[in-house]
Design a protein around this ligand. Structure first.
Ligand code: HEM
Length: 149
């Protein structure tokens, strides 16, 4: 198994980065949709159901598969021999930030369900603030894998 992972390493990393880009695009865009959904759209209108459709498709069609692929290829990299040195700080920093990113994804899923039920209580300002969470986590993650402190 380790030999197989070592031989496929560049392709695994390629697939990991492609998945990461797709996941991040959704993590940045879905809270923006929520901002407009709260601030511009009236409940029960055709635009309301259009936004719900866009949010559902983004989450189910792109973000969920991209998150799963990021985890699968990321864990394959973790088990590739000689890639992660757990005595260093960066793998732990990355692991913490990646867990935070996964939490954020699930939080967005819960917010989407609240919109669907007509029970969103959060303001556009709150969604704008939450939009910064994936940015901060991304900075930690990319610094971890590139600088390897
Ligand atoms: C979901 C769980 C994740 C796991 C288990 C994971 C694990 C890994 C591992 C072990 C590597 C190999 C590092 C190396 O080759 O030296 C890697 C590379 C990389 N990861 Fe992740 N990762 C995850 C999520 C993410 C996320 C969310 C991002 C971006 C926000 C990300 C960005 C990257 C990048 C850019 C690289 C390539 C770094 C390079 O070697 O140039 N990863 N990941």
């Amino acid at each position: 198994m380790e030999d197989f992972l070592a031989s496929t390493y560049p392709w695994t990393k390629f697939l990991h980065v492609i998945s990461v880009i797709s996941w991040m695009a959704g993590l940045f865009y879905l809270p923006r949709l929520f901002v407009y959904h709260v601030e511009v759209v009236e409940r029960g209108t055709a635009t309301d159901s259009l936004f719900q459709t866009m949010e559902r498709r983004l989450l189910r069609g792109i973000m969920n598969p991209a998150m799963i692929a990021t985890w699968v290829f990321g864990l394959a990299l973790v088990f590739t021999p000689g890639i992660v040195d757990w005595t260093m700080v960066w793998p732990w920093a990355k692991a913490g930030a990646v867990l935070g990113m996964t939490w954020f994804h699930h939080w967005l899923g819960l917010r989407r369900k609240a919109f669907m039920a007509g029970q969103n209580r959060l303001t556009g300002r709150r969604y704008r603030m939450m939009n910064e969470v994936p940015t901060l986590l991304m900075i930690v993650i990319v610094a971890s894998v590139i600088v390897k402190f």
